[in-house]
Design a binder for this molecule. Sequence first.
Ligand code: FPP
Length: 248
Amino acid sequence: MNQGTCLQDLPVDLKPERLPNHVAVIMDGNGRWAKDRGLPRIMGHRRGVEALKDLLRCCRDWGIEALTAYAFSSENWGRPLEEVNFLMTLFERVLRQELQEMMAEDVQIRFVGNLSSLPLSLQAEIKNSMETTRQNQGIKFTVATNYGGRQEIIQACQAIAIQVEKGLLKPEEINEEIFEQYLYTTGISHPDLLIRTSGEMRISNFLLWQIAYSEIYVTETFWPDFNRPEFHRALSAYQQRERRFGKI
Ligand code: FPP
């Protein structure tokens, strides 16, 4: 927990000392949320951004140190071009619009994934937001964009193999700590709690290495409806779990 954090409105039944340090979210169900209302899928994504913004604020208010959101997977390129283009433009616009607010709220934003295949204008916005917020000391907000857990592990293996080839690393020196240094998420703690919305019981190639011991919480609620009472429920469930990390 952040020292000196003002736990604004933390529900009284939640124990501040047992909050997760890092929460990760698979924001699923935007399309179904829109379909249920007879709206185009893109409206679900728009509302999804609002839900994410509120969750980020809520994490900050309640003293959670890090939030990671799965915005776009390496497999999402297989969606209709119109939807992919909409999402790329949405990310870019949201980043531009929210940068000032993130500075005011001391958010440190970071993107993880294969960023070099994103549209150049989005890459520029990503770079600018990461550089501008780098020194911020508040919540660490990570956005997984064009992210795939398997791809992340393979690129780490390739980078390590190059080090071995150059004679800078011996195969027997490779351990978990060294391996972590080659992941996109190096320097970010592992998620304590992984939340998935819309009822699907899968990981979908998200943070495969990092969630080895995360507690998983799945709710039927579609992402655009994921709000503070929903988050409260997820945290209550988390606080009732006994984390053993393989021990007894
Ligand atoms: C999954 O719902 C959602 C996505 C693929 C996009 C999530 C992106 C956002 C909420 C925007 C985040 C913005 C920033 C700047 C980080 P789905 O489309 O798979 O829904 P479905 O399963 O009901 O079809």
